[in-house]
Design a protein around this ligand. Structure first.
Ligand SMILES: Nc1ncnc2c1ncn2[C@@H]1O[C@H](COP(=O)(O)OP(=O)(O)OP(=O)(O)O)[C@@H](O)[C@H]1O
Ligand SMILES: O=P(O)(O)OC[C@H]1O[C@](O)(CO)[C@@H](O)[C@@H]1O
Ligand SMILES: [Mg+2]
Length: 546
């Protein structure tokens, strides 16, 4: 089938307005003219920046901010042109792509950005924005020049194989790239295993399988060895799929690449079944996980209903964030009590969990409890000798709250001489290991495509959906905080009213939660500094790229 030439098509304006080529948005050199070097001393409002957005001093050297009217702030992502001089650009081959020939608008406008907050008041400042994801009119790699690699790190999550598949097929079909490699078994695979050639044919049906065909691991992140290998093998696009730890690793890789002045784009694709990655609306695989959790909750309900004073207890993932537990509970409506890490609870005293369980059993003769794995860790630590064990990535190994609760509940009813049965279900690995559902599959596809467009356009970033729009988010943003359930939000109130459980919160807990919210809602970036400020990186980093 012959290729269609572009004729009289839109140049990337949302309303489809036609602009002649000479008015087309400039290639991505947005800050070259106004870029100022940021160091400890030179940034005018560095203290405010750090205080307001938990940016470490080291990160501040990589922050790239520009300000506009009415408090508009663009928290931009790094671009190859920030540190590699005279890069050749190419027209985006999508403009001649048969699949895109009917699309009103091939390219996103270079100035398109997405607000972090969409609920505003009449006099609100416009606030922080992120660069909108999507294909750019000009790209910074020729198709023959691209040598891409893909790695998956951390725990499993539904959808990993779909993202891998769509990265391979997207690079190949949209940008005619045919040099794509899989890194095996996580970060350590960069320097300890052969790279696996990937083609659209070899990944054709992998989205139907759970897990990751590349393998994954924890630990083994050695920045220098990884970048040495990237450099030696001539890789120039690195796609990194993983959770918060993985994105921190991606950031370290990017910084080393930049320090060495390499023409390499780093694209992070956030994966976390716990949905704990900051800024983004939701991580891929989350919906699938919530859906699959229903099966465990249903079983717990059946067991509970079929016994005298039956209790079904389900433990769901969520080390620091109880999103799966909260959404699975809300979706199920069979749950009488949901416990998450963000909301403290107590067992024995008046009004505590044990008293509530007794009341519910007397009322209903059965009960279902959902607990997130990170909940109640402080309570366990008080009653069991503290263990400070960590996994290979340095994550604290948690004590089993499900097992601990089971024993506590049994002991309580023994002292009360009340007949009861408790069945404890831990479906963690059954949930993580399944393939993604239909909506997550679509989401994975869009994430992979957005990542490809950004890397081809020369950016380095974590890709993510913000308020329903795909964006390129600076690494420091997604690695400096964690997404958590806000117990002062209406969603948690909805859950409490749906289960009709007590909140177990003291006034002190509530005050602390409100204070945490207040701090989190502080304006995240400085305003009123110089009109347009973009960060460069510190002397050491820039000098090595010259
Ligand atoms: N601060 C860090 N700097 C560099 N690399 C890191 C850092 N934290 C973690 N990593 C690396 O990232 C990889 C994955 O980290 P981790 O095991 O914490 O999983 P994750 O990406 O957080 O995913 P999840 O927790 O959702 O399973 C590991 O190889 C680990 O060595
Ligand atoms: O047993 P593993 O593979 O270390 O993973 C367990 C952890 O992985 C997660 O599911 C996140 O990927 C956590 O919620 C859980 O604690
Ligand atoms: Mg993690």
């Amino acid at each position: 089938m012959g290729r269609r030439r572009r004729s009289g098509r839109s140049w990337g304006h949302d309303d489809g307005e036609r602009a002649p080529p000479e008015q087309a948005p400039k290639a991505a050199l947005p800050f070259s003219a106004t870029c100022v070097r940021i160091s400890r001393d030179s940034y005018p409002n560095l203290r405010a920046l750090r205080n307001a957005s938990s940016v470490s001093l080291a990160d501040a050297a990589y922050v790239k901010i520009s300000e506009g009217d009415s408090g508009y702030v663009l928290d931009d992502v790094p671009h190859l042109t920030d540190y590699v001089p005279d890069i050749q650009t190419y027209p985006n081959p999508l403009q001649d792509h048969p699949a895109y020939s009917t699309v009103k608008q091939y390219f996103v406008n270079e100035d398109d950005t997405v607000p972090q907050k969409v609920v505003v008041q009449k006099n609100s400042r416009r606030g922080v924005h992120f660069r909108r994801a999507g294909p750019r009119q000009r790209i910074y790699f020729g198709p023959d020049e691209v040598k891409a690699c893909i790695v998956t790190c951390g725990g499993l999550c539904p959808g990993l194989n779909t993202v891998i598949r769509e990265l391979v097929c997207g690079l190949s079909h949209m940008y005619n790239v045919n040099s794509i490699f899989g890194i095996q078994n996580g970060y350590k695979g960069f320097y300890s295993s052969n790279y696996l050639p990937l083609t659209p044919k070899s990944v054709n049906d992998i989205h139907k399988r759970g897990g990751t065909i590349l393998g994954t691991s924890r630990g083994g992140h050695d920045t220098k060895k990884i970048v040495d290998n990237i450099q030696d093998r001539g890789i120039n696009q690195v796609y990194i799929i993983g959770g918060d730890g993985t994105q921190k690793g991606a950031y370290e890789i990017f910084k080393e690449i930049r320090k060495r002045g390499l023409k390499v784009s780093v694209a992070g694709i956030p994966k976390t079944i716990d949905n704990d990655i900051a800024i983004i609306d939701k991580s891929f695989g989350f919906d699938t996980a919530v859906e699959e959790a229903q099966r465990a909750i249903d079983s717990a309900h059946v067991e509970a209903c079929s016994a005298e004073n039956g209790i079904g207890l389900v433990k769901l993932t969520g080390r620091y964030s109880g999103f799966i537990a909260m959404y699975a509970t809300l979706a199920s409506r069979d749950v009488d009590c949901c416990l998450i890490p963000e909301s403290p609870f107590y067992m024995d005293r008046e009004g505590g969990l044990l008293e509530y369980i007794e009341r519910r059993l007397k009322e209903n003769k059965h009960m279902v409890i959902v607990v997130a794995e990170g909940a109640g860790q402080d309570l366990i630590a008080k009653s069991i000798a503290k263990s400070d064990q960590q996994d290979a990535s340095g994550n604290k190994l948690l004590l089993d709250i499900g097992l601990w609760l089971t024993h506590k509940i049994k002991d309580y009813f023994k002292t009360k001489k009340m007949e009861m049965t408790i069945k404890y279900i831990d479906p963690t690995y059954m949930i993580r290991a399944i393939p993604s559902n239909a909506s997550d599959n679509v989401y994975c596809t869009l994430l992979a495509h957005s990542a490809i467009h950004g890397a081809m356009a020369g950016y380095s970033f974590t890709v993510g959906m913000v308020n329903g729009r795909h964006t390129y988010i600076p690494f420091y943003r997604v690695t400096s905080t964690r997404n958590k359930v806000k117990i002062t939000d209406r969603m948690w109130a909805r859950l409490l009213s749906s289960t009709n459980q007590p909140s177990f919160l003291s006034q002190k807990d509530i005050d602390e939660a409100r204070e945490a919210d207040r701090l989190a809602n502080k304006p995240p970036l400085p305003t009123g500094a110089s009109h347009r400020v973009a960060s460069s990186f510190e002397q050491s980093a820039s000098s090595s790229s010259n």
